[in-house]
Each structure stands twice: as C-alpha cells, then as structure tokens.
Design a protein around this ligand. Structure first.
Ligand SMILES: Cc1cc2nc3c(=O)[nH]c(=O)nc-3n(C[C@H](O)[C@H](O)[C@H](O)COP(=O)(O)OP(=O)(O)OC[C@H]3O[C@@H](n4cnc5c(N)ncnc54)[C@H](O)[C@@H]3O)c2cc1C
Length: 391
C-alpha cells in the first residue's frame, strides 16, 4: 500500500480497540500528541481483578516520562519472604526472586493498579465506549472504517488494536489467530482473592510446586492476596473449556496441607478469574496500512517474560512519538516497529527460559528446583540459580 500521509490539523482521529493497559496508554499518549482518540471496549464496564505485576524495564521508564509514577503504588513489603510449600504442606524458605533487571528500578504492583492510574489520566480526556467491539474493518488511502457490533460506524485516520491476546482486530485484518498463536502446553489461572489466607504474613510470597504444576500466592500491604496457578496439560484448548473450579481441582488434587485447598475455595469466591492457555503471539508485521496492533494483540510474550504490561505502555508511548515525528504513516509505523522489535524478541526468548522459574515443567525440573533451594546459599547453588533464572 502507498504511504498515506499522517493527517495534519486538530482532528486526527484514532480508534483504539481495548481499554487494557496498552489501549489506555496509547490513548493517553496519542491525546498528548494532539490526536483525538476514541476507545472502544467490549466489556460492559471497567475491568476489575487481575494478578501481581513486576513492573520495570522499558515500561517503567515510559511511565516515568509520562509522569505516572507518582500515582503508582509500590506494594513491595520490606523484608518480604519467598516461601516454598511442598506436597505435604510443609513451608520452607524459597528461591530468591530473579535479578531486578540489572539494578534498574522496579515496583511490585497489581495489574489493576496500572489500569487504574492510566484510566484516571485518560478518562476526562478521551471517550471510552463500553459494550461493543469491531465487527468489520475496511480501509483505503484516506481512512479506516470500523463497523461496531452495536451497528454504529466509526471512521478514523488510525486504528489501534489493543484488544489483547485473542485480538479481534488481528483476526479481521491479519488473519485467524491460529496463524500467530504459539501455544505452550500450559494453563494459567489468576485472581484477586476476597479474603486473606490463613497462615500468611503481609509480604509473603508462597509457592507450591510439583512436576508440571505450581501455585503462586502474593500478599501485599492493605490488600487481599493475589494468586496464579500454572499447570501442564497435553490439551490446553480442551482444558480451558472446563470451569476453572473443576479444572484446578483436578490439576491440584494431591496437594496436602491447608493452603492449596483454601486457595481453591478462595478462587471460587473471586469476582473474576483469568483462565487461559499460555501462548505467545508472533507476527512478522504489526501494522497493515492504517491498522496497527499494540501490546498482547501484537506480541503477547506470556506472563513468564514479566514485561507484558511494561511493553504495552512503552509501545503506546513510542507509537505516539513516531506518528508525530514522521510525515507518512507507513514510515512512522515502520520506524516504530524497527525500534520496538529487538526488545520484544528478547523478552519472548527470555520467557522460554523463565517458564522453568515459574513452574518445574517435569520431574527433572522439580528436582533441580529443590536442589537450587537447598543449595541457595552455596556458590554452586548460586550458579545453578543464575543459569536457570538469572537470579
Ligand atoms: C498471571 C499473569 C501474570 C503477569 N505478570 C506480569 C508481570 O509481572 N509483569 C508484566 O509486565 N506483565 C505481566 N503479565 C502480562 C500483562 O498483564 C499483559 O501483557 C498486559 O496486561 C496486556 O495488556 P493489553 O492491554 O495488551 O491486553 P489486555 O489486558 O488483554 O487488554 C485487552 C482489552 O481489550 C478488550 N477487548 C478484547 N477484545 C475486544 C474486542 N473485540 N472489542 C473491544 N475490546 C476488546 C478486553 O476486554 C481488554 O479490556 C502477566 C499476565 C498474567 C496472565
């Protein structure tokens, strides 16, 4: 397609699909760059719930430049303990958290903390329309036209698909999800609990593992615990058709002690549970004409990278800078992608290694993990930990 010029004048319209971290960040940055964004969100209202997020790297730097850090909490509790719980329910000291991005700043927070701060920054400036999403997308040299599922039609200069790993924008413009989704044989479930769990102190991270299974519980100051569970299955697509309650009870049967049964009960009472297979999204190009994908829609790196939220913010910020600096949209989107790709490729690769930190994928991994914990304070243990997780 020939390069459409970036429109000038006050009314450069951007349609952003999805009001997650990537969509909100992109809307904020485009608004500050003089665009007129409209956010379309499929959910009937703002999302709640989520999981813990380790926030550092390029996203942290972007949040600092955007002036968002002041409003972002740091839920790290000084002296927080990493604990491990074995299959018999015994609690012992655990592995240290992986290296803190080579000494660069980091915060522990919740996904909802990030969404809240971005929402507060954006909602007075940008319209967010809930309860609808794209049904058809067409584009020509002058504009992109989106028919929404509620029958309304929107025209824009730029369409941003920030609608997550199962992106409708990607399916409509780039092709079916199967072409781009690379599945792990892992399932993840995550939620915020309603109540504290017995026996955990503020700041504790408790990890329960068995070959091909792990459960992570994080406690924070002034907040109920958040948890995510991971397990391997040869048929993740079939697995996620079950209810989370049934699937998790089957996968975590055999964990003794009080904590895991209490966790499963607490998850039943949670307001919402993320329940999905673990996959990466890999596309050769993140834009086509006037349509661009940002965040998990473009490059989902999995929770194992620990960088998905940050790259959504960094990607949105850079996009706004590029469409400001370049006269032609294709040049702007090309340069945006050139600058962003090395970091995304690095984090996607890193995720493959880090899966072993989050879950011992087999018996051997479980033995290696136990050895690492037992020898954590010896030079050999430190070497092992560094090899597996960069700790
Ligand atoms: C358990 C877990 C732990 C994680 N830990 C970390 C971590 O430590 N650090 C980190 O940086 N990242 C972490 N991540 C990853 C990070 O949370 C994601 O990469 C990030 O939230 C993706 O944001 P997004 O806005 O791109 O997509 P999403 O959060 O998926 O948002 C997409 C939005 O689009 C909406 N939408 C979907 N379809 C449509 C449609 N058709 N029309 C309109 N709207 C639509 C959705 O309702 C949603 O609001 C973790 C993820 C998980 C699951």
């Amino acid at each position: 397609m020939t390069t459409p010029p970036v429109p000038s004048g006050p009314a450069r319209r951007a349609l952003i699909i999805g009001s997650g971290i990537s969509g909100l960040a992109t809307a904020l940055c485009l608004h500050r760059a003089g665009w007129d964004p409209l956010i379309i969100e499929r959910a009937p209202q703002r999302r709640t719930g989520g999981y813990f997020v380790r926030f550092n790297g390029l996203g942290y730097a972007a949040a600092e430049r955007l002036g968002l850090l002041k409003a972002l909490p740091d839920r790290t509790v000084p002296g927080a303990r990493m604990l491990e719980i074995d299959a018999r329910g015994r609690i012992t000291p655990g592995l240290p958290m992986p290296a803190q991005a080579n000494g660069t700043p980091m915060r522990m927070l919740l996904r909802s903390d990030l969404e809240h701060v971005l929402y507060e920054a954006v909602h007075d400036l940008v319209e967010i329309r809930y309860g609808t999403g794209p049904a058809t997308i067409t584009q020509d040299r002058d504009q992109v036209t989106v028919t929404l599922t509620d029958g309304t039609v929107e025209h824009a200069d730029l369409l941003v698909g920030a609608d997550g790993i199962h992106s409708t924008v990607r399916s409509l413009v780039f092709g079916p999800e199967d072409l781009y989704r690379k599945d792990f044989d892992h399932v993840v479930a995550a939620c915020v609990m309603q109540d504290p769990l017995p026996g955990l102190e503020e700041g504790d991270t408790l990890v329960a593992t068995a070959p091909g299974r792990s459960a992570w519980i994080n406690t924070y100051r002034d907040h109920p615990p958040v948890a995510f569970l991971l397990y391997r299955t040869p048929w993740p697509a079939a697995e996620i058709r079950k209810t989370p309650s049934r699937a998790l009870r089957e996968a975590f049967a055999g964990f003794r002690g009080a904590v895991i049964p209490a966790l499963l009960k607490a998850m039943d009472r949670a307001e919402s549970v993320v329940f999905d297979q673990v996959s990466q999204i890999q596309l050769n190009r993140w834009s086509q004409g006037r349509v661009v994908l940002v965040g998990d829609a473009a490059w989902c790196m999995t929770l194992y990278s620990g960088q998905g939220s940050g790259m959504g913010i960094a990607g949105g910020e850079l996009l706004a800078r590029m469409v400001t600096e370049h006269d032609h949209l294709s040049a702007a989107l090309g340069e945006w992608e050139t600058q962003l790709r090395p970091a995304v490729a690095k984090h996607q690769k890193e995720a493959l290694r880090m899966q072993h930190f989050f879950m011992p994928v087999n018996r051997f991994g479980h033995i290696a993990r136990s050895t690492m914990i037992r020898t954590a304070n010896t030079p050999m243990g430190a070497k092992l930990a560094k090899a597996v997780m960069g700790a």
